[in-house]
Design a protein around this ligand. Structure first.
Ligand SMILES: *[C@@H]1O[C@H](CO)[C@@H](O)[C@H](O)[C@H]1NC(C)=O
Ligand SMILES: *[C@@H]1O[C@H](CO)[C@@H](O)[C@H](O)[C@H]1NC(C)=O
Ligand SMILES: CC(=O)N[C@H]1CO[C@H](CO)[C@@H](O)[C@@H]1O
Length: 251
């Protein structure tokens, strides 16, 4: 193992103890905004990745777990296979995250097809933040609602998970002031959607609004929206631009 890998492993252990806190189970939680690329660490990897299998679990969408990578080879039968790749450290890379990619990802090591499992499962929970808007083009006087949604797959019930992990969703204005911290939770036993809306007033145009997910008061990921007016009197066209800040970085 190279020094880099050591550092990475240490980082992940620190991260997982930080994020799981009370539960004591060393699953890793990764928060990411839609459209970004994500790197899911495999904490039980062996020297090469020929033993690595990645499984995806989201009972809300699939009745059974889906095998994404089988013994180091990508499963070409799945819809999103073009966005997936296996890193040299056996991590799972997913490009251009969509809101439907949230869920539980499990890294396993096997001796071969139908063989024995070499190490305990290593789990990663992926939580996806997505911001959308009621209008893509804005004319003067029109009120625009921005929607911010976190799609999650908690191990326990959604309400318990949010409370115990102290997850919060906020709209933050350009001055860094939090507003509208009341969010709505819709949940079933298998998934959890936390949503937060913000209606823009006229004076909010040309300003930046950021939706942030925090866990234990630390920002995990955020999406920034800038509402821009073109200044063209005849068309009154405005463009909604989005960019993002990713907090959990690749190893
Ligand atoms: C990312 O995915 C969205 C649909 O989810 C698609 O519209 C967009 O073109 C994709 N971007 C890239 C760079 O592939
Ligand atoms: C946000 O808007 C959606 C769609 O209008 C609505 O279903 C949801 O209840 C709203 N959420 C909040 C927290 O107001
Ligand atoms: C869609 C998008 O803007 N993704 C960007 C999110 O932020 C990361 C890190 O700054 C960029 O690398 C992505 O391109």
């Amino acid at each position: 193992m190279s020094d880099n890998n050591h550092l990475c492993l240490l980082g992940l252990i620190f991260l997982s103890s930080l994020l799981t806190g009370v539960s004591g189970v060393d699953d890793v939680h990764v928060f990411i905004s839609s459209g970004e690329d994500v790197h899911l660490p495999c904490n039980n990897a062996l020297q090469d990745c020929k033993s690595t299998t990645w499984i995806y679990n989201n009972r809300f969408r699939h009745s059974e777990a889906v095998e994404l990578i089988n013994l180091g080879e990508k499963n070409k039968d799945i819809e999103r296979h073009e966005r997936l790749s296996l890193g040299s450290d056996c991590s799972l890379n997913i490009r251009n995250i969509s809101t439907e990619d949230y869920g539980s990802y499990i890294c396993q090591q096997w001796t071969g097809e139908g063989g024995e499992q070499l190490r305990p499962d290593a789990g990663v929970y992926l939580h996806v933040l997505h911001v959308s808007s009621s209008h893509t083009e804005i004319s003067a006087g029109l009120s625009v609602t921005l929607f911010c949604q976190l799609n999650s797959y908690p191990r326990v019930s959604c309400d318990d998970w949010i409370r115990s992990e102290r997850i919060d969703l906020f709209w933050v204005n350009q001055a860094g002031v939090k507003s509208d911290s009341r969010y709505q939770i819709s949940s079933s036993s298998d998934h959890c959607i936390i949503s937060l809306n913000k209606t823009l007033l006229n004076e909010d145009h040309n300003r930046e609004w950021r939706c942030e997910v925090t866990q234990r008061d630390q920002v995990k990921t955020s999406v920034t929206y800038t509402v821009k007016s073109s200044g063209e009197k005849t068309s009154h066209q405005s463009v909604l631009e989005s960019h993002n800040v990713s907090i959990i970085k690749d190893c």
